[in-house]
Design a protein around this ligand. Structure first.
Ligand SMILES: *Cc1c(COP(=O)(O)O)cnc(C)c1O
Length: 411
């Protein structure tokens, strides 16, 4: 393919950057959220089922259908839905933790609310390092964080590709520890050992509108453990069975309602189309960014059946601007790029206890990655325009840096 292909011109002078008073590159925001809207007629068809049955929540027909469909999708025996991924995780952690122990080993370079999840489960996070290449925890990075007080391991898939599932399973088994996966970002993927969903003791997923599978809000767990699935299902509905026999402590009301399940089913029906559109966008990104020095696009591992949903670039040594300045300049243009999992959890001030951690690699990695727009509202032309803007930042980095207010973008 020609390397000299003409890119659209984003800006011709530094003064035209929106950060310096120029007009924005995009009239409407370009976000990193998926926001896929499935076929409305399909959504109505599923909705009619519960509406006609007058069964709006409490394990109605559409929720039950969704759970069957998701169990089949992941190849697991059980699926239990929740009102959010957050509560699916909290319940999974709570019910998997070894009794009498208080710590959960988890990465620090991860989902920003993960320490809150642990706190609701009554657990203290002990943050571990990640692997430089995968940006995820591995058996080797988890092992040093295991103590006599470890109640379980929480492994989180990174937003591009999967973590080393088999290695983590081996470690958990050899140390006699429960293993929970946060597989929100790998819902579509397959590890070499099989489809994501059937690993560890239990895996957790989200159906928030920003994720691959849009149920407006929602979450679910998958497992092959019938007794765990039963306890999880009880916990989400107040923890009682029959009239008032509380059989699972810490029950809560975290049920998925029928209309969210209808949306999720309509989305699930179209998931292949969505992935193929994502793949198209990824390929345009790959081509458009290939000539820009100092930027490395994280590549998808084609052998793991990727969803191609998230676009992440690493700013290399010779990129002329700081990561925060780069994100600030993009945001000013209506490009809602985000820092990748920054600050890492061990650097946040939080109200909960967490074990002290010294994570030099995580600190270094947390300053280098940017998540770029993707999903339903991003066109191929948008991507080419954005690439041209990045090329402009690259070419004029020194002049831009000299003109930025001290402390930008915070000042
Ligand atoms: C979004 C997300 C969650 C939480 O899901 P919600 O449905 O928004 O509560 C958990 N883990 C990861 C990795 C996420 O990206």
């Amino acid at each position: 393919m020609a390397t000299s292909e003409v890119l659209p011109v984003a800006k011709s002078t530094v003064g035209e950057l929106a950060a310096f008073g120029g007009s924005r590159l995009f009239a409407s925001p370009k976000s990193t959220s998926n926001l896929v809207r499935p076929d409305f007629a399909k959504f109505l068809d599923y909705s009619r089922v519960f509406f006609d049955a007058r069964h709006y929540t409490n394990n109605g027909p559409v929720v039950r259908l969704l759970e069957r469909r998701l169990a089949a999708f992941h190849g697991t025996r059980h699926c239990v839905t929740f009102c959010s991924g957050f509560w699916a995780l909290a319940v999974a952690l709570k019910l998997s933790a070894l009794e009498g122990r208080s710590e959960v080993v988890m990465p620090s370079l991860t989902y920003r609310r993960m320490a809150d999840v642990a706190a609701w489960a009554g657990l203290v996070p002990r943050f571990c390092e990640v692997d430089e290449r995968s940006l995820a925890q591995t058996a080797a990075t988890v092992e040093p964080a295991i103590t006599a007080d470890t109640a379980l391991i929480l492994a989180v898939h990174p937003i591009v590709n999967c973590c080393d599932v088999a290695g983590l399973e081996r470690l958990a088994r050899s140390r006699g520890l429960p293993l929970v996966f946060d597989s929100v970002e790998s819902v579509y993927e397959a590890a070499p050992e099989g489809k994501i969903g059937a690993f560890g003791d239990v895996e957790c997923f989200s159906m928030h509108a920003s994720k691959l599978l849009n149920g407006f809000e929602g979450g679910y767990i998958t497992t092959n453990d019938a007794s765990l699935a039963r306890k999880v299902a009880l916990a989400r509905g107040f923890g009682f069975e029959g009239e008032s026999n509380v059989v699972v402590p810490h029950g809560l009301n975290a049920k998925l309602n029928e209309i969210h399940a209808a949306m999720a089913l309509a989305s699930l029906d179209e998931i292949e189309d969505q992935v193929s559109r994502n793949r198209g966008r990824y390929r345009v990104y790959r081509h458009a960014l290939s000539g820009i020095r100092g930027l490395r696009l994280l590549g998808f591992d084609e052998s793991s059946r990727p969803s191609y949903k998230n676009i992440v670039v690493e700013l290399l040594e010779d990129w002329p601007l700081s990561r925060d300045a780069t994100v600030g300049l993009l945001n000013a243009e209506n490009v809602l790029a985000r820092s990748y999992y920054h600050p890492p959890l061990h650097r946040r001030r939080m109200a909960y206890r967490h074990a002290p951690a010294d994570l030099a690699l995580t600190d270094r990695l947390a300053a280098r990655f940017v998540v770029l727009p993707s999903g339903h509202f991003v066109t191929d032309d948008d991507i080419r325009k954005l690439a041209a803007l990045l090329g402009f930042l690259r070419a004029n980095g020194a002049a831009i840096a000299a003109r930025l207010a001290p402390g930008f973008p915070r000042a």
